[in-house]
Design a protein. Structure first.
Length: 162
């Protein structure tokens, strides 16, 4: 099962050419530098982790969001070569660096979307803006992803269940 999950993550990483992985992104929604850290770009760091029982929350190691926003977790698409549906999200994160934040996969508006919370999963953490600036998570109708060269800023991690 873990080998299958690694293979899925590798396929996703390899075939999603242009997707920006952990650490690089845009400086702001309008292309300008952020007031919180001039020249810094959006980034998200999602490390592999192990949970007991089933997946109900997932830890995001760090997210730098120049204009604030959210980190939304997505599953790996059914065809194992793309980003799937949202399965969880953080609450609103303030502009700048946010460390050790938790994404809820049971109580968020995307709760219940994780296909098998009692099994090991490859998940995609994607940095999202807060547009229109209302601090209400409205993706996919609003709150677009931060992007770099037209691709979403993401990181991929494995959440193992023991």
């Amino acid at each position: 099962m873990i080998e299958h999950t690694r293979r899925s993550a590798l396929k996703l990483a390899g075939l999603a050419a242009g997707v920006t992985l952990g650490g690089v992104g845009v400086t702001s929604a309008n292309g300008g530098a952020s007031d919180t850290a001039p020249g810094r770009t959006a980034s998200v760091r999602f490390t592999n982790q192990t949970v007991s029982g089933e997946i109900d929350t997932v830890d995001i190691a760090a997210a730098f969001l120049p204009e604030g926003g959210y980190v939304i977790l997505h599953d790996v698409a059914d065809n194992e070569v793309g980003i799937g549906k949202p399965v969880g999200a953080t609450g609103y994160l303030h502009p700048g660096m946010n460390r050790n934040v938790t994404a809820d996969v049971t109580g968020s508006q995307y709760g219940g979307n994780l296909p098998n919370p009692e099994t090991t999963q490859s998940l995609v953490a994607m940095a999202h803006m807060d547009e229109p600036g209302d601090r209400e998570l409205t993706f996919p109708n609003g709150d677009p992803p931060y992007t770099q060269a037209g691709a979403p800023v993401i990181d991929i991690g494995v959440v193992a269940v023991k």
